[in-house]
Write a protein that binds this ligand. Structure first.
Ligand code: PEP
Length: 250
């Protein structure tokens, strides 16, 4: 049985007081959620404090990014080891905002994946096509290339620690969600690519999350599909009640 996961990507939102308040609300409501792994990815600056505040909670923490370097003179960067040492167990790698605004290539993303795994963090590897790529019917090819160049250098043992998030770029933060059929079709494709490259068991055990304007109203329809194992949630993760409704949508 693969893990059901609902992960919140808070992005660059919330001052410390607001962030603490939201965390406490999610912590309280999260007690009603069972069988779902809840992960919060706040700004990295907050992870250490959140770790303390989440004592006795099953909610896990992740960062939104890590450096492709191990350590050293990289001003402003945060190493995977640092993230781990502050109490996180996950890190988002290859988010489309990083790919587009910070020019992260598949090769850089592959390095970040290596750093994350070396630090004992589970990467949440994001992939997904642009609207123009879907319109040109290239979406499967694009996602397959992202997987092959960013992730499939891993061996059978390491790939088991990776969570994949399919996030069509045209659906992120736009209010336009992929239909359940579009999402399921791509998730099934990703699982097939995993099976062809690794093994059936690896494909079946890998959690594949959907991300892109997933909210309290559409999560149930999305999560009812056989290959959709949960969601990576942006905007709707900033409201505790919505985030928890999504987590109860399986
Ligand atoms: C995201 O940024 O990972 C995301 C899915 O954002 P949103 O839910 O706001 O579309």
């Amino acid at each position: 049985m693969r893990k059901k996961i609902v992960a919140g990507n808070w992005k660059m939102n919330l001052q410390l007081d607001e962030a603490k308040q939201l965390l406490q609300e999610i912590k309280a409501l999260g007690k009603n959620v069972s069988d779902v792994n809840l992960i919060i990815n706040p700004p990295a600056l907050y992870i250490s404090l959140f770790k303390e505040l989440l004592e006795n909670s099953v909610i896990a923490l992740g960062a939104q990014n890590c450096s492709e370097h191990e350590s050293g003179a990289y001003t402003g960067e945060i190493a995977a080891q640092m993230i781990k040492s502050c109490g996180a167990n996950y890190v988002i790698v290859g988010h489309s905002e990083r790919r587009s605004y910070y020019h992260e290539t598949n090769a850089i993303i592959a390095e970040k994946i290596n750093r994350a795994l070396a630090a004992n963090l589970s990467p949440i590897f994001c992939c997904g096509e642009l609207l123009s790529e879907r319109e040109e019917n290239n979406h499967f090819k694009v996602v397959e290339q992202q997987l092959k160049e960013g992730l499939f250098h891993l061996n059978e043992k390491d790939i088991k620690n990776v969570v994949i998030a399919y996030e069509p770029v045209w659906a992120i933060g736009t209010g336009v969600t992929a239909t359940a059929e579009q999402a399921q079709e791509m998730h099934a494709f990703i699982r097939k690519v995993l099976k062809d490259f690794y093994t059936e068991a690896t494909a079946q055990n890998c959690s594949i999350l959907y991300g892109g304007s997933c909210n309290a109203s559409n999560a149930k329809e999305l999560f009812s599909n056989p290959d959709i194992d949960g969601g990576l949630i942006g905007g709707a993760s900033l409201k505790a009640a919505d985030f928890l409704t999504i987590a109860q949508s399986f």
